[in-house]
Write a protein that binds this ligand. Structure first.
Ligand SMILES: *Cc1c(COP(=O)(O)O)cnc(C)c1O
Length: 466
């Protein structure tokens, strides 16, 4: 018996799909036709009826659309975490996006000195800007850029302390997500971790007494994703710097999030800046490009010129360096900080963090009827106050008052409905990512900007609830 005679030939199916071939290319569509025919053949073997032609062509179209869709897709981040590591952290400023596109599109003077025609250094593209913004314009300040802050810490430790000891307070041995733990990074950098003090209290004499002939540097790590409260004591950066310098050792500060602007002046919780750390006597600071700075993924090492020069000679620097698009975005982002008056409006991270709660509430009121209509009788949708988090380990205990659409299932046992709602929002053309809490599905509207409101609303018609 051969049921296959009922199935059309691949070529005959392809003839009916000129538009699909135009959109996705012949090779991809051919593969989809083969896959659907194979599925139909398998169905026939199991006694299923032969799919009619319309069904077959629709299934091929769906398969081609799925295969042709990018894996890295834009989403609406309505999780309430502004700098969401799993959703790509900072959204870049338009100026940074334009600079990235230009650098990507054409040759650029990445390591080429346009003045002399000689070889240039890619770090010079941002080193002067960082000296200006972070180092108060000091000619003794330089910078080098690597893939992320984890790389910045690894490289700094390896370049300055390989085979020697780094002194760190026990209260600062942080884990930034599973793969980055200070003790592990020290080991990988071939540096011996010299822990001092206790979990809650470390004193100046702990630093002074730890110094021995094997000590290479003193280090402070910003406890960016947790807070030690209660009976605590940490040593002021100025004091650690004095102790380090008296022993002829460098003092390194890993800031993690590192914003260059005064958060308090924007009504946000105060966050230590690299400027402050350097002014307090730190010889080097390391921080991320895509946390509070609001730029591309990168690790910035800024500080004493001689130490930066030593770091740049380390072979790991070559392995960890960034490419032209990253540097383009970073330079453009840093340039925005030169104009503090317009920073809030141009830098999405700062704009989102400082968004007035009344704006978010008004947006909630405008969206509520449409979301309610999309969910029908499945859930009651209300506009409610909530708290956003900054995210990426920045300011872990601080919350920003915000407003959410809260979708509360009408069913007695809400579990299944909640999952169905969450899945449906995630299945939209631009997936919407919210979160389930207290038996309701929450959409924190802080990161839904008014410019995207129409696009958000338009796609609600496509919400498919199972
Ligand atoms: C986030 C963070 C890191 C890691 O930075 P990435 O840019 O994510 O690699 C390191 N140290 C501290 C203190 C941090 O907050």
């Amino acid at each position: 018996m051969n049921d296959n005679r009922h199935l059309p030939a691949v070529d005959r199916v392809l003839q009916q799909l000129p538009a699909l071939i135009d959109a996705h290319g012949r090779q991809l569509v051919t593969a989809c036709v083969r896959a659907e025919l194979a599925a139909a053949r398998e169905g026939l073997r199991h006694g299923l009826p032969l799919p009619d032609e319309t069904c077959l062509l629709t299934a091929i179209g769906r398969r081609a659309a799925a295969a042709g869709r990018a894996n890295l897709r834009p989403v609406f981040n309505l999780t309430g975490t502004v700098l969401h590591t799993n959703l790509g952290r900072a959204q870049l400023a338009e100026e940074a996006i334009a600079a990235m596109a230009d650098a990507a599109r054409s040759p650029c003077a990445l390591e080429y000195d346009l003045a002399s025609g000689g070889r240039g250094d890619r770090d010079d593209l941002v080193s002067g800007l960082l000296a200006e913004l972070v180092g108060g314009g000091s000619p003794d300040i330089a910078a080098t850029i690597v893939n992320n802050n984890a790389a910045a810490v690894l490289l700094t430790l390896n370049a300055l302390a390989q085979g020697k000891e780094a002194v760190v307070s026990r209260g600062e041995l942080v884990e930034i997500g599973g793969a980055f733990r200070i003790p592990d990074v020290m080991r990988r950098a071939q540096v011996k971790l010299h822990e001092i003090g206790t979990t809650n209290r470390t004193h100046a004499k702990d630093f002074a007494e730890a110094i021995n002939p094997k000590t290479a540097l003193l280090m402070k790590i910003h406890t960016s994703n947790y807070a030690v409260t209660g009976f605590t004591a940490a040593v002021d950066e100025k004091v650690i710097a004095e102790i380090a310098h008296a022993a002829g050792l460098p003092f390194v500060v890993d800031l993690g999030s590192g914003t260059l602007c005064d958060f308090a002046a924007h009504g946000l919780p105060a966050e230590p800046t690299p400027q402050q750390a350097l002014a307090a006597g730190a010889d080097l600071v390391t921080f991320s490009g895509d946390k509070l700075l609001g730029g591309p993924q990168a690790g910035l090492i800024v500080g004493r010129k001689d130490l930066i020069a030593k770091i740049k000679k380390n072979p790991l620097k070559r392995a960890l360096r960034v490419g032209k698009t990253t540097l383009a975005a970073l330079e453009a982002t840093l340039r925005l900080y030169r104009d503090p008056d317009r920073l809030r409006e141009r830098l999405p991270t700062l704009r989102l963090l400082t968004r007035p709660v009344e704006d978010i509430a008004a947006l909630g009121e405008r969206l509520q009827p449409a979301v309610q209509a999309a969910l029908g009788s499945l859930a009651a949708v209300s506009v409610a106050a909530c708290n956003s988090q900054i995210g990426s380990g920045a300011l872990p205990v601080e919350r920003l008052p915000s407003v959410a659409l809260v979708c509360r299932p009408t069913a007695k046992k809400p579990g299944k409905t909640l999952l169905a709602i969450e899945t449906a929002f995630r299945g939209l053309p631009t997936p919407v990512i919210g979160h389930i809490r207290d038996d309701a599905y929450h959409l924190d509207l802080r990161c839904l900007e008014v410019a995207d409101e129409a696009r958000f609303l338009a796609q609600l018609a496509a919400l498919k609830l199972a």
